[in-house]
Design a protein around this ligand. Structure first.
Ligand code: HH2
Length: 283
């Protein structure tokens, strides 16, 4: 039996996992599925980042490439042009750690120099250069599971055992990172809801999230406004808050430590109640 995760280490400190932590999403993209184009202007992005911190975000996750199903990749130069100024300006203004949501080692390296403390890689740090950067710069990492790549991942995703295969992939990536010298408590894992998964796979991963939690690493879950909620009658992306909070709450009840969300203020309020019930904390 592996010990339960109690902290998530990153470049500038550690996040204690004594309560549910909220990672606020800052998409500096023209085409993200729910907030594309809203924060493409660096000043607007900065304002939104500051607002999420004010609303109780524990981490701000800055991304410059949409990974919605069917999306086209952007060049490293373009991605950096989007996220660079936002990471630099936010790092100068907030105390919470910043993560960079990227699959590209060159973007990650520049983001760390500009102030990011965590690399969130939806491809699970498949590129060895990314593993090297995380080890060298002693940043935290999110290893997420994705089947294939964003362009094709939703074309008939197939597993013999979705939960078992996601767990094996994450276990293998943890070993690779640790062998490269990354501290064990710096490695968070994420089952990758919506990344090469059918409705049934997404639900199975949430139902059996305890099997991912049992790996003993911090567990990040991204369910916010995702289309599996729409398929359950959740409406347009901006209307999916009730479904997002239901899914986040149940993920936390299964042991998730960090929820990655668009709606920080409402989620923080919901997680306080969830934590009080689950952990017996005072309201
Ligand atoms: N989901 C998205 C992007 N990054 N990172 C982690 N660790 N987990 C997730 O579930 C996750 C993620 C997709 O959501 P979003 O950023 O809102 O959309 P887009 O990829 O269109 O920018």
């Amino acid at each position: 039996m592996t010990d339960a995760a109690t902290v998530w280490r990153h470049r500038t400190g550690e996040i204690r996992l004594d309560r549910t932590r909220v990672m606020g999403i800052l998409n500096v993209t023209p085409d993200s599925f729910s907030d594309g184009g809203r924060y493409l202007d660096p000043e607007q992005a900065l304002r939104h980042g500051l607002e999420m911190v004010e609303h109780g975000a524990d981490v701000i996750d800055v991304g410059g490439e949409s990974t919605r199903p069917g999306s086209d990749p952007v060049t490293a130069d373009e991605e950096w042009r989007r996220v660079g100024p936002v990471i630099r300006d936010l790092a100068a203004k907030v105390d919470v750690p910043l993560s960079v949501d990227t699959m590209k080692p060159e973007v990650a390296a520049k983001a760390i120099k500009a102030g990011a403390s965590i690399v969130n890689d939806v491809s699970g740090l498949r590129e060895s250069a990314m593993v090297h950067i995380v080890a060298r710069d002693r940043v935290g990492a999110v290893v997420m599971h994705m089947l294939g790549n964003p362009k094709t991942m939703q074309t008939h995703p197939k597993y013999a055992d979705a939960v078992g295969e996601v767990r094996s992939f994450l276990t293998e990536r943890i070993h690779v990172l640790e062998a490269a010298g990354v501290a064990s408590d710096a490695v968070a894992v994420d089952p990758g809801v919506g990344f090469g998964k059918t409705q049934e796979h997404n639900l199975a991963l949430l139902q059996h999230l305890d099997q991912i939690v049992a790996l003993g690493h911090p567990v990040v879950v991204g369910v916010s406004r995702k289309s599996f909620i729409e398929r359950l009658g959740g409406g347009e992306p901006g209307e999916r808050l009730p479904g997002s909070i239901a899914a986040a709450t149940l993920a936390v009840a299964k042991g998730a430590h960090v929820v990655r969300v668009h709606d920080v203020r409402d989620t923080v309020r919901a997680m306080r109640v969830a934590d009080a019930v689950l952990r017996g904390e005072k309201l």
